[in-house]
Design a protein around this ligand. Sequence first.
Ligand SMILES: [Fe+2]
Length: 397
Amino acid sequence: MQIIPSFNFASIPNIIFGPGKIAELYHIIPRFGNNILFVTGTRSIKNSGKWDNIISEIEERGFNFWNVSVNHEPSPQLIDEVATKFRNKNIDLVVGIGGGSVTDAGKAISAMLPKNDSIKNYLEGIGSKLHDGQKIPYIAIPTTSGTGSEATKNAVISEIGPNGFKKSLRHDKLVPDYAIIDPEFMLSCPPTITAACGMDAFTQLLEAYVSSKANAMTDSLAYSGMQHIKDAIIPACSTSALDINVRTNMAYGSLMSGITLANAGLGIVHGLASPIGGYFNIPHGIVCGTLLAQSTKQNIHKLEELGSQGKNFLQKYAKVGALLYNEESINEKDIMKQCSKLITILEKWTGDLKIPRLGTYGLSENDIDKIIEGTALKNNPVVLKKSEIKHIVLSRL
Ligand SMILES: [Fe+2]
């Protein structure tokens, strides 16, 4: 019998999942009030015609609403400006509809509306204050399958530049009240964004699965997420972009990635993504997607060196390798073979999905030491030396 080590599991949103489920939004709103602040992206939701539908439903029901648009990863300045503008408008509910930047922005705005203060004072590693979790109720409606922000308790806020950062506003109570995941909203997501977001979601699932903080519950959810993404990620970016079943599988995987990362933590890929995303204007999904295969290779190599100490994690990597190759179970003697298969398929996805290298965005060898200084190992399954982390980045320049 397997022993289940003790664990904690934080709260998750009320989840409403499936094609057409947006219709439930209009029944939920009156539970919170009449004044709604919508936070949306600038393009895709509006081009798809879905925004017009939402607005006509909202107007028909007589709700008061305001709309702010977010066209990049949210900065402290953006959050402060919006919170200041709407602080005295008696907002009852914030609804974020968009990609990870938008759903994070909505989460941060809902948390800062009750505070007469700048968000910078509450960011991890930047400010000195702790957020108390008090917020205006928040509903997250993702239009991409990527960050899993609809299920997490943190909002990532970026200031990009030579002294830039990418840091979180975090509190258990900042988990959205509702997450409405309607895959119909993802049908219009273009292939490049679908690819980067899909690689981010898979990275989050794999990093949570092999995390030093993983538990029995996060393991099942992460495995299930990977199971649904594996056959959908390539079709979602090519031949089957308009197939609702494919989009539903991606949306499910992304949701699982948010739940598992919030409870099991992440590894070296996301450890590197924070400083890289702070110093360079590179989409988060591209950073993760481009580093995933090489980081996995490095982790596996280091775990192998550890011998029996690394065995549990190698078994997990092997299990994912078997999953991606549709092989039923892992064979003890084939663990390293299955681990190699995992690396091979991750490299293939990176190539097939045309995930760019970091050098495309101006990152050069001279930047690496500064990046390594700001890199945390997070819950990586194995401790990596600075030289090993450097090797990961160098190989993806
Ligand atoms: Fe991520």
